[in-house]
Design a protein around this ligand. Structure first.
Ligand code: ADA
Length: 565
């Protein structure tokens, strides 16, 4: 077996109703049907709304030490090789890598038992009350690679200087690492190495200039690639040379102030759940870019590699965040919750670090950061990120806003606020709440302790049911009018670096519990396009506004893709 093999396609399957991934049956139960990988079993009509364990099975021809990489799981899984448990996956939406001894070369059985169960345990990363659906299944590709004795785990490429094209490379090795070994660096698929270096130990790092480098920006999304080879193994990655920093109340990309406009986007589609095919990601990004936006918040979990690679290529700037939603003080103080939060955030940074499109790290959407006890987890999450990457600013989306006691810990202040939607129900028209509320936040963010931090309005919006043209709340007209007011007010506001509209498309939520009366059809209906990406009035309105006054995409060049018919 040369290189890694993609295990996507048809797997055998059995659904065990009510069972968890811990079920004793998972390792031996008979298979009854087929299921697609990547895919979510409960995105199918047959299993929709059912809870239990889906057991996936297939055979693989390989042997020796192998690395199994599972791109993303929902919600918890156990992995078996020839009936023996080889690992667990306990971080929803995250990837998992398992290195193990596959035995003699030949045909072996691989099983992944994954459940969509959720409980009330305060240490859990996913909860019943979150406003997006926790599907069961394998959200992303599965690959397997036979490893040599000394192999590479991962490679990091962090741009250090956009003037000279210098990049810090870190190559992580594992297995039987020799005391000294040679590494060859090949850039941009060149047949000959650009340099050969002597390396030692499991972590080797050096600063190297990239030959014929070109700067990455939204208008010039130039990517480079590097392949590192030893006598036994090789590893490759793409990367971009650009600088992002938060300074003087602004976000600067390659030294120039950014103005960010875009959407919160869930990885969601009614037919696929979060296992959206590449074509849908590409269509979404093309719509968003051609509308004239330059920014996406990947809410509320780590983004997939394929999505981030598309963003890199299309010049889209991304806020990547780890999984969390409205967590209370009880969660934030729970030691196991803190540990899991830090671990999934560390994994996210490792996975996304080479993507130039990612300009911001985030975590803990709308946690209760109004209480002093929240400072511990926020401090730990910031430290976890800074230990792994000092090249990007950190933020978290706060709905505690002016009552938040953790804003000083982040580099960028981000507020989620819903004037004109939540609250003000007694008024005949609530749109007039928008400007006072946004002015209040801007004034607060201009206090001496905050004025050096850039500000992003990270969520704002209103629900609209397609075809409701009453002009009242829930109508397409009301949503369009609310967002037009927001857009006009914030478009050139001196204290606003970024606006992220909530949200790009309608996304599946729950129609039970706290959401019963607010999520008609079981969807969060605040999308500017519906769940099948059919535009509502607000989408057209924002398009017109962006055409009339295009946002500079980031490097002072005229915007691309805007104004095309
Ligand atoms: C919150 C939350 C979103 C969504 C939104 C809404 O701010 O961060 O995930 O639930 O509210 O639609 O109410």
């Amino acid at each position: 077996m040369a290189g890694s093999i993609l295990l996507d396609g048809l797997w055998e399957f059995r659904f065990l109703p009510g069972a968890s991934h811990d079920s004793a049956d998972a390792a031996k139960t008979e298979m009854t049907e087929f299921m697609a990988v990547p895919g979510c079993f409960d995105a199918l009509k047959k299993y929709f709304g059912q809870f239990g364990c889906g057991v996936y099975r297939r055979t693989v021809e390989c042997g020796g030490t192998v690395r199994l990489a599972i791109g993303g799981i929902g919600l918890a899984a156990r992995v078996f090789w020839d009936g023996r448990e080889i690992g667990t996956c306990l971080y929803p939406w995250s990837s998992e890598t398992i290195v193990f001894d596959a035995g003699a070369h030949g045909r072996h059985e691989l099983r992944i038992a994954v459940d969509n169960l959720r409980g009330d345990d305060p240490s859990a990363l996913f909860h019943n009350f979150y406003d997006f659906y926790g599907y069961g299944g394998l959200y992303d590709s599965v690959t397997l690679e036979e490893l040599p004795e000394h192999y590479f785990e991962r490679i990091e490429a962090i741009p250090l200087d956009i003037g000279s094209g210098k990049v810090r490379f870190r190559v992580f090795s594992a297995g039987k690492v020799p005391e000294n070994y040679k590494l060859q660096f090949f850039f941009d698929h060149a047949p000959a190495p650009a340099c050969e270096v002597e390396a030692a130990g499991p972590l080797w790092e050096a600063v190297l200039p990239v030959p014929d480098f070109r700067i990455w920006s939204p208008d010039t999304p130039n990517l480079h690639s590097v392949t590192v080879r030893s006598s036994s193994h090789s590893i490759s990655t793409e990367f971009g040379i650009r600088r992002i920093e938060a300074a003087g109340g602004k976000l600067l990309l390659n030294g120039k102030p950014l103005r960010l406009i875009g959407y919160n986007r869930h990885e969601a589609h009614p037919d696929f759940g979060p296992a959206t095919p590449l074509q849908i990601m590409l269509d979404d990004l093309t719509m968003i870019r051609d509308q004239g936006c330059n920014f996406i918040r990947g809410c509320h979990y780590p983004q997939k590699e394929a999505f981030l690679s598309l963003c890199d290529r299309m010049g889209m700037l991304v806020w990547d965040e780890s999984l969390g939603w409205g967590n209370s003080e009880a969660h934030l103080k729970n030691p196991e919750f803190i540990r899991k939060q830090c671990e999934q955030t560390r994994r996210m940074v490792r996975r996304s670090i080479n993507h130039p499109g990612v300009i911001l790290w985030g975590f803990l959407n709308e946690a209760d950061t109004s209480v002093n006890s929240a400072r511990e987890i926020v401090t730990k999450l910031c430290a976890t990120i800074r230990e792994a990457d000092l090249s990007r600013p950190i933020t978290f989306a706060s709905n505690c806003c002016t009552k938040d006691v953790c804003l000083d810990l982040a580099d960028v202040i981000s507020f989620n606020t819903y004037p004109g939607w939540y609250g003000g129900l007694e008024r005949p028209d609530s749109i007039d709440m928008i400007e006072p509320e946004l002015s209040r936040l801007a004034e607060f963010a201009s206090l001496p302790e905050y004025r050096d931090k850039p500000v992003i309005i990270s969520e704002i919006g209103a629900s609209a049911i397609v075809g409701d043209h009453s002009g009242m709340r829930w109508s397409e007209e009301y949503q369009a009018r609310l967002l037009e007011t927001v857009f006009r007010f914030l478009r050139n506001h001196p204290r606003c670096t970024g606006l992220l509209i909530w949200q790009f498309s309608n996304a599946k939520s729950y129609s039970c519990g706290g959401h019963s009366l607010s999520r008609p059809r079981g969807f969060n209906n605040k999308g500017l396009v519906d769940e099948y990406r059919r535009p509502k009035l607000a989408w057209h309105r924002i398009t017109e506004l962006l055409r009339a006054e295009p946002v500079r995409r980031g490097d002072g060049q005229p915007p691309t893709g805007v104004g095309k018919k």
